[in-house]
Design a protein around this ligand. Structure first.
Ligand code: SF4
Ligand code: SF4
Length: 88
């Protein structure tokens, strides 16, 4: 069975909220480089360690990161108002 490969599309480091990082929904993780690599890869939180490429990566494929993030959030029934994401 062919394994899913991470294409470094960036969506999983932008779309989900990650409480251990204080990261809100739809906000780019500050540890994500412009090349969509993790700057703290060796020290990334457990939630990031346990995340791997799967079918979802194919399902949310789209030309732009913004579209991929929107699709990712839609899959999980989550939404973020554009420009409205902020810490409360
Ligand atoms: S959503 Fe999938 S392909 Fe995109 S960066 Fe994350 S693991 Fe890689
Ligand atoms: S810590 Fe690294 S792997 Fe985790 S969301 Fe941020 S950039 Fe992605």
């Amino acid at each position: 069975m062919a394994a899913h490969e991470c294409t470094r599309c960036g969506a999983c480091c932008v779309a989900p909220d990650i409480s251990s990082l204080g990261k809100a929904l739809g906000v780019r993780c500050p540890n994500l480089t412009e090349e969509n690599l993790c700057r703290v890869y060796d020290d990334r939180p457990a939630v990031c360690r346990s995340y791997g490429a799967d079918q979802l990566c194919e399902d949310i494929a789209a030309p732009t990161l913004e579209e991929r993030v929107e699709k990712y959030l839609k899959v999980f029934g989550l939404g973020v108002e554009r420009g409205a994401a902020k810490a409360t």
